[in-house]
Design a binder for this molecule. Sequence first.
Ligand SMILES: [Zn+2]
Length: 119
Amino acid sequence: MADITYKSKINKIRTFALALVFIGFIIMYVGLIFKDIEWLMLIFMILGTLAIIFSSVVYFWIGMLSTKAIPIICPSCEKPTKMLGRVDACMHCKQPLTLDKDLEGKEFDESYNSKKKRR
Ligand SMILES: [Zn+2]
């Protein structure tokens, strides 16, 4: 078995959006270091703002995805979680979950979600 802990897709995207906010602020902070060079500071400020705008777009996207996700009760920890695609992991206990009976009991594989990368 692979030694990777699988994260729920929604949680993964949420972490990514949060990271973007931080990256945006870091970029803007770097811009302040160059406040003597006006055009350079401006570039950093614009990049930082773009990163923050993009993160709110990602947050909006999570909201859209959440409405499409299928709410289920995790069989492992019995907490409600949401599933995206044919295979996903529980948000709470990282238990791999599947909606497809054919894949049940098989090793958890993210590639089942994409048609191109099927082994
Ligand atoms: Zn669970």
